[in-house]
Design a protein around this ligand. Structure first.
Ligand code: GLU
Length: 491
């Protein structure tokens, strides 16, 4: 069997959409599973919309996901890398021109000199009289020589592919959807090259997939209708068609096409919020693929060994952000303390939190909060009470501070802290102290817990003190208790 070669072919006109990332992932996995090659081709013939920034962003996101490609643009320099260069369509224009010339010569395409107005007029008549919109070009049967003379005389023309004579059904044995039948008259004579010489997507896609020896095209279902035109072009060049598999759409929870209105859809937003690439890959794989043992949490390496197209589902997959978060939390639990700290640290820094610098504290705190986080940016809210500079008595604490028993609770708590000799309390120390305060102040329930909470975090609700207090130096706990006490006195 010849080599498996697959490609991801983004158009760099925006961010990497999670649907695109999923297509890239499935192609990557299929290549890995079959010892094949994964190619990143850049479809940038829409020169007005394609930008360098978008290309850079897409490459960075694919890199972040860890979907390494064998050929395409270099992830760092963006220069060509591989034997079938160039990999950017905008640099392959002469190749498309050559192929178009060949199709013209074979009489399977023609130069069409119709103006936009003529086309619009004809479309309107066709729709009104025959309820179809295919173009009937008066140039379809012109001899090539005649058209070339017109071009030399300065007339401009598109190259149109002839579809009229192809009266048959095209049958696509889709690897995911099964057999799909397209009657040839679904399409009229379509453009291959525009009048400025720029090729259209369907044309360059076929030329490149053929010349780059792509064996399997796994792409989004929205391209299914394009496949008819592509099959026609393959046939006109007597090129073998690759195998196609159209991956089901990614849907919103209302089963509409996934849109930004419901939340993030760009990979880099998830990256910035602190999702792990492992979790993204895991969740994206679950959108349409299933683990043979029904497992929900797995690593890329495992998928590389297990992936198969026959486990791809042909019905639409709902993008469930709650589940993605859960998948992320599962991967987060599996990180080492050091990796977890390194993941959350940039978020804490960005939020401007002032926290202890010593590594033991950092690793310990990461461990303590691990089970409380779903994504790395959750760390900001968890660590904020630990920042000395942010301690403030919230307005919602006033009621608690006016209770008659509050003062004695605060005084007892402070006294225990002052008499304590180590730098930090342990969890057990805290539990013991809490019990002491309970006995000495003769309070219980919320009369005990709420003032203590205010003494530590400035407000009566928040993360359990048993977790927080061992992360705050005793000296700081004393200073906080004193602030709250003097506030009580001022009331
Ligand atoms: N450039 C196309 C896209 O971004 C690629 C489609 C294909 O894979 O053939 O949707």
């Amino acid at each position: 069997m010849s080599e498996i070669r697959v490609r991801f072919a983004p158009s760099p006109t925006g961010y990497l959409h999670v649907g695109g990332a999923r297509s890239a992932l499935f192609n990557y996995l299929f290549a890995k599973k079959n010892n094949g090659k994964f190619i990143l081709r850049i479809e940038d013939t829409d020169q007005e919309r394609s930008t360098h920034e978008s290309l850079k962003m897409m490459v960075d996101d694919l890199n972040w996901l860890g979907l390494k490609w064998d050929e395409g643009v270099d992830p760092l320099t963006l220069k060509d890398m591989g034997p079938f260069a160039p990999y950017r369509q905008s640099e392959r224009l002469s190749i498309y021109k050559q192929v178009a010339d060949e199709i013209l010569k074979n009489g399977k395409a023609y130069y069409c000199f119709m103006t936009d107005e003529e086309i619009d007029r004809q479309r309107a008549i066709n729709q009104a009289e025959h309820s179809y919109a295919h173009i009937e070009s008066p140039y379809a049967e012109w001899p090539l020589e005649k058209a070339l003379t017109e071009l030399k005389n300065g007339k401009s023309a598109v190259v149109r592919f002839k579809t009229k004579a192809l009266k048959k059904d095209y049958i696509l044995p889709d690897l995911i959807r099964g057999e799909v039948r397209f009657p040839s008259d679904m399409v009229g004579d379509f453009v291959l090259l525009r009048s400025d010489g720029m090729p259209v997507y369907n044309f360059c896609c076929v030329v490149d997939d053929h010349l780059m020896k792509i064996s399997h095209v796994l792409r989004a279902e929205e391209h299914l209708p394009n496949t008819l035109r592509q099959m026609m072009i393959y046939e006109s060049m007597k090129w073998p068609t690759p195998q196609f598999g159209h991956i089901s759409l990614v849907l919103d929870d209302d089963r509409q096409k996934l849109s930004k209105r419901k939340g993030a859809v760009a990979c880099d937003v998830f990256k910035d919020e602190g999702y792990l690439p492992e979790a993204m890959n895991n969740y994206l794989a679950l959108l349409g693929w299933s683990h043979p043992e029904g497992k929900e949490i797995f690593e890329l390496k495992e998928m590389e060994q297990l992936f198969s197209i026959d486990r791809l589902n042909s019905s639409g997959a709902v993008f469930d952000r709650v589940k993605l978060k859960w998948v992320n939390s599962q991967h987060l639990r599996a990180l080492s303390s050091e990796d977890l700290w390194n993941l959350i640290q940039p978020h804490l820094q960005k939020a401007g939190l002032v926290l202890p610098q010593d590594q033991a504290w950092q690793l310990h705190s990461a461990d303590v909060f691990r089970s409380k986080m779903e994504i790395a940016s959750d760390a900001v809210a968890l660590y904020t009470p630990l920042d000395e500079t942010r301690f403030a008595i919230a307005g919602e604490s006033t009621e608690v501070l006016t209770w008659p028993t509050t003062k004695v609770v605060l005084q007892t708590w402070k006294k225990l802290l002052v008499d304590f000799i180590s730098e930090y309390l342990s969890e057990e120390d805290f539990v013991r102290f809490e019990n002491e305060v309970k006995i000495q102040s003769q309070t219980k329930g919320k009369n005990l817990f709420m003032p203590m909470r205010v003494a530590v975090i400035g407000k009566p609700h928040g993360t359990e003190l048993k977790i927080l207090t061992p992360l705050i130096p005793v000296k700081a706990l004393i200073a906080r208790a004193e602030k709250v006490l003097s506030h009580v006195e001022s009331l």
